[in-house]
Write a protein that binds this ligand. Structure first.
Ligand code: C2E
Ligand code: CA
Ligand code: CA
Length: 544
C-alpha cells in the first residue's frame, strides 16, 4: 500500500480507514488502469471488486464528474450474491485522478425488496407466478430478442360450475392438482403461471420449431384427461388452449397474452388447441361488421339467388338448377358466399337466410312454370346448412313453402353436407325421413370431403351424391382423383343413388365423368350461376 497522501481524509494513515466499518478503498488511475492504493479490512473481507472491474466504474465516475452531472456518484454492485451500493468521491489535490470508494452493504434491503416483489408476483394458492409474474417472465423473454418461444393460455372448461357445486375448498384443491399435472407435462425450461381464476399461462422455449408447442398442448390435454379424484368426487376436466408464437413485431407481453386468449376462445369452439393468426383480431372485427351488415341485408331482403344449371352428362339437357346466395352490400361491395355463409352460420343468421333462400328458390321455380305454361321441366336445389338442420323446424318450413307455391315436393332438392350428420345422426335421419314423405329429393353435397362413414350413408334416405369439386378439378391428369371418383361412383351405384359432379370446368372432364358412369354435372363448362331470367332462358334454349 502506498503512503497516505495529503488528503484530509487520509492523513491519519491506514489506521484511519479501519475506524470505518464499511468497506473503503482509494483508487488512482495510472497508465489507464485503476490501481487500488489503500483499502481497509472490511474491503478485503468482502473481497469486493478487483482492479479490472473497478476501472470502468471509475472511468464512468470521472467522466460524469467532468460533465458536472453528479456530485454524489453512486452505482450498484453485486459480489458473491451480496448487494452493495458504491459511492465515490474525488480525492482532491492529486497529480493523477484518484477517488475514494465506499461500499454500503444493502443485501438485506435488496433481499426484502426481492421477496416482496416475488410475493407480489406469486399466486398464493399454487405458488406459481401470477399474472404479473408471468408478464415479467414474458417481458424478459421478449427482451432477449429471440423468437423461439410460445405462450399457451389454458382455460379450464366448466370450472365455475365445479366451484359452485363442490364449494371453493374443493375448487382450490382441483386447481392445485391441475397445476401439478400441467407442470408435469412441461419441461424444466418452461414456465407455468396461474394467470387468473381458472386460467393458466405457459411460456415455452421452442428451439425445435412451432410443432413443439402443439406437442406440449397435446401433453397438457393428456395430463388432464385422467379424471380427478377429489374428496368423494370424480371430476373430468377439459380445457381450451390458445397459442401465440414469438414474433419480433409484438413487444408488449400483454399483447402476447391477449393474442393467446383470442386463440383460446377459438379453441373453446373447435375443441382443439388453436394458434393465434396474426390477423385473427382484425378478422374477428371484420366478421362482426359483416354480421351486422348481413343482418340488415336479410331484413331488407337485399340478398338474391343465382341459379347454376345441372346437366345430364349424356344428353346435355338441363335437369335442374342449384340456387346459390349472392350478397352485394349497401356500399356496393360484393361478398363471396364462401365468406358470408360461415359468418351467418356462426351468428345463427343462417336460419333466416336459409328460410328466405328456400322460399325464394321455390317461388322462382313456380314462376318459371307459369312462364312455361306448365311444368318447366327443371328442379331446384337449395343448400341446407347443418345449423339449420339443428335449429330450425326444416320439415315444417319445407311443407309450408311447397304448399304456398303449389309445387310438388319432387321439384325440390335439398343439399346437405356430411358434417350435418356428426352431431346427432339419429335426429337428422328422422328429419330426412320426414322430408322424404313430402317427396323432396335429398343430395349429399361436397361428398368425399367430410367424415361420414359409409354405414350411416346407407341408412339415410339419400338420393344423390354430389362429388366434390376437389376431385373433379384436374381429374384428367391425376390418377388418384380418377380412383376416388370411380370409388364414389361404384358406391352410389351400389346404393342406388344418382351422382352429380361439381366444378366441371372443361367439357372433356364432363365427357370422362360420363364415361365413368356419372349421371349429372354442373360447372363453368356448362354455365356459371345465372340470374333467374338468364337461367330460364338457358333452360328453354338447352331443352328446346
Ligand atoms: P356449394 O354448395 O358446393 O356450391 C357450389 C359452388 O361451386 C358455388 O360457389 C359455385 O358457384 C361454384 N362452382 C360451380 N361451378 C364451378 C366451376 O366450374 N368451377 C369453380 N371453381 N367453381 C364452381 P359459390 O356460389 O361461391 O358458393 C359457395 C358455397 O356457399 C356453396 O358451395 C355453399 O356451400 C354455400 N352457399 C351458397 N349459397 C348458399 C345458401 O343459400 N345456403 C347455404 N346454406 N349455403 C350456401
Ligand atoms: Ca351445394
Ligand atoms: Ca358442393
Amino acid at each position: 500500500m502506498a503512503t497516505p497522501p495529503e488528503s484530509p481524509w487520509l492523513t491519519a494513515r491506514e489506521g484511519a480507514l479501519e475506524l470505518v466499518p464499511i468497506p473503503l478503498a482509494t483508487v488512482t488511475v495510472r497508465d489507464g488502469r485503476a490501481v487500488v492504493e489503500m483499502h481497509n479490512r472490511a474491503f478485503a473481507r468482502a473481497r469486493l471488486l478487483d482492479e479490472p472491474e473497478l476501472m470502468p466504474l471509475v472511468e464512468l465516475f470521472l467522466s460524469s464528474e467532468a460533465h458536472g452531472e453528479e456530485r454524489d456518484w453512486q452505482a450498484g454492485a453485486t459480489v458473491e450474491r451480496r448487494h452493495y451500493r458504491l459511492t465515490m468521491a474525488r480525492l482532491p489535490h492529486r497529480a493523477e485522478p484518484a477517488c475514494l470508494i465506499a461500499f454500503v452493504d444493502q443485501t438485506a434491503e435488496v433481499r426484502t425488496e426481492e421477496t416482496l416483489r416475488r410475493e407480489m408476483a406469486t399466486d398464493s394458492l399454487t405458488g406459481l407466478p401470477n399474472r404479473s409474474g408471468f408478464t415479467d417472465v414474458l417481458e424478459a423473454s421478449i427482451a432477449r430478442g429471440s423468437d423461439c418461444w410460445a405462450v399457451l393460455m389454458i382455460d379450464l372448461d366448466r370450472f365455475s360450475r365445479f366451484n359452485a357445486c363442490l364449494g371453493s375448498l374443493t375448487g382450490d384443491e382441483l386447481l392445485i392438482t391441475v397445476a401439478r399435472r400441467i407442470k408435469g407435462a412441461l419441461r424444466h425450461s418452461d414456465t407455468l403461471a396461474r394467470t387468473g381464476g381458472d386460467e393458466f399461462g405457459v411460456l415455452l422455449n421452442i428451439e425445435a420449431g412451432r410443432a413443439e408447442a402443439d406437442q406440449v398442448a397435446r401433453r397438457i390435454r393428456e395430463a388432464l384427461a385422467t379424471p380427478f379424484r377429489l374428496s368423494e368426487y370424480e371430476l373430468r376436466v377439459s380445457c381450451a388452449i390458445g397459442i401465440a408464437f414469438g414474433d419480433g413485431a409484438v413487444t408488449d407481453p400483454e399483447d402476447v397474452i391477449r393474442h393467446a386468449q383470442v386463440a383460446m376462445k377459438k379453441s373453446k369452439a373447435t375443441k382443439n388447441a388453436e394458434s393465434y393468426q396474426t390477423r385473427a383480431l382484425d378478422t374477428a372485427r371484420e366478421e362482426f361488421a359483416m354480421e351486422t351488415a348481413l343482418r340488415r341485408a336479410i331484413e331488407g331482403e337485399r340478398l338474391n339467388l343465382v341459379y347454376q344449371p345441372i346437366c345430364d352428362l349424356a344428353t346435355g339437357r338441363v335437369t335442374g338448377f342449384e340456387a346459390l346466395a349472392r350478397w352485394t352490400d349497401e356500399q356496393g361491395v360484393h361478398h363471396e358466399p364462401g365468406r358470408f355463409i360461415p359468418v351467418a352460420e356462426e351468428s345463427g343468421l343462417i336460419v333466416p337466410l336459409g328460410r328466405w333462400a328456400l322460399d325464394q328458390a321455390v317461388r322462382t321455380l313456380a314462376q318459371w312454370d307459369v312462364r312455361a305454361g306448365g311444368c318447366c321441366g327443371a328442379t331446384v336445389a337449395v343448400n341446407l346448412s347443418p345449423i339449420q338442420l339443428q335449429r330450425d323446424a326444416i320439415p315444417e318450413i319445407v311443407a309450408r313453402v311447397l304448399a304456398d307455391s303449389g309445387l310438388p315436393g319432387e321439384r325440390l332438392k335439398l343439399e346437405i353436407t356430411e358434417s350435418a350428420l356428426i352431431a346427432d345422426p339419429d335426429r337428422i335421419a328422422r328429419i330426412l325421413t320426414e322430408l322424404k314423405t313430402l317427396g323432396v329429393t335429398i343430395a349429399m353435397d361436397d361428398f368425399g370431403t367430410g367424415f361420414s362413414n359409409l354405414a350411416s350413408l346407407q341408412k339415410l334416405p339419400i338420393d344423390v351424391l354430389k362429388i366434390d369439386r376437389t376431385f373433379v378439378t384436374g381429374l384428367l391428369t391425376d390418377r388418384d382423383k380418377v380412383a376416388i371418383v370411380r370409388a364414389i361412383l361404384g358406391l352410389s351405384q351400389a346404393l342406388g343413388m344418382d351422382t352429380v359432379a361439381e366444378g366441371i370446368e372443361a367439357v372433356e372432364v364432363g365427357q370422362t365423368l360420363a364415361a365413368l358412369g356419372c349421371t349429372m354435372g354442373q360447372g363453368y363448362a356448362y354455365a356459371r350461376p345465372l340470374s333467374p331470367d338468364d337461367a330460364y332462358a338457358f333452360l328453354r334454349a338447352r331443352n328446346a
